[in-house]
Design a binder for this molecule. Structure first.
Ligand code: 13P
Length: 248
């Protein structure tokens, strides 16, 4: 049985004060939550979150990493540094990294490898743009993004990878994929993995992301191949985030 996972991606939204109250408010509602819950904080706040969540079942993640383990890479952060602050997860291949920072599927595969090598669980994001969807290329795009990781790391790597399907047109737009649209791509992803290894495919958690909120989460998460959510905007409000966590 795959456990429901809800991960919050705060993106570049945080202050010491807001992190303090957001985490405390989330923690106060965690006794009603049975899903696994992860918060992915901006780098400077990892240490603060680490301290706040000690002795709780809330888990910590980062939002990006450099493929190198150390060295002369000014401004960059390695997987080991992320681990050093108690994080177990890291988002790789978010569409904002792919589109705004030119991360190709090959780079995303390298980042996936660097995370796994350091003992982190990557949350590997895939998803099509509106243009891709309208031209009927959703499956081609998602397959290319997944195959880059399978070719570099082999299917076995998916024993330690969480996949997140995030249609770019649904991110931050308030436009959510319908449960049918999302389920169809989730099933495509699972079948693609199953073509290499059925049991790995069955056990891989595939999260949906893209304007998931307190009102639509339950309908999405109840689909057979949707195993939770990767939440942007709604993860910044404790009450909404907790409601999504409870939907799982
Ligand atoms: P929104 O929930 O704000 O649409 O963002 C989704 C996302 O990009 C999570 O990684």
């Amino acid at each position: 049985m795959r456990k429901t996972i809800v991960a919050g991606n705060w993106k570049m939204n945080a202050s010491k004060e807001s992190v303090d109250s957001l985490i405390k408010d989330i923690l106060s509602g965690m006794h009603e939550v049975s899903s696994d819950v992860i918060v992915c904080a901006p780098f400077p706040y990892l240490s603060q979150v680490e301290a706040l969540i000690s002795n709780s079942n809330l888990m910590l993640g980062a939002q990006n990493l450099n493929v190198n383990s150390k060295g002369a890479f000014t401004g960059e952060v390695s997987a080991n540094m992320i681990k050093d602050f108690g994080a177990q997860h890291v988002i790789v291949g978010h569409s904002e990294r792919r589109s705004l920072y030119g991360e190709s599927s090959a780079i995303v595969a390298e980042k996936t490898k660097a995370s796994i090598d350091a003992g982190l669980t990557p949350i590997l994001c895939v998803g099509e743009s509106l243009e891709d969807r309208e031209s009927g290329d959703t499956e081609i795009v998602v397959a290319e993004q997944l195959n880059a990781v399978i070719s570099l790391l082999g299917i076995e790597a998916f024993n330690g990878i969480i996949v997140a399907y995030e249609p770019v047109w649904a991110i931050g737009t308030g436009l959510t994929a319908t449960p049918e649209q999302a389920q169809s791509v989730h099933l495509f992803i699972r079948n693609l993995l199953a073509a290499s290894d059925e049991s790995i495919a069955k056990n891989t958690s595939i999260l949906y992301g893209g304007s998931m909120n307190a009102s639509n989460a339950a309908d999405l998460i109840s689909c057979p191949d949707i195993d939770g959510g990767l939440i942007g905007g709604a993860a910044l409000k404790a009450a909404d985030f907790l409601q999504i966590c409870k939907a799982g």
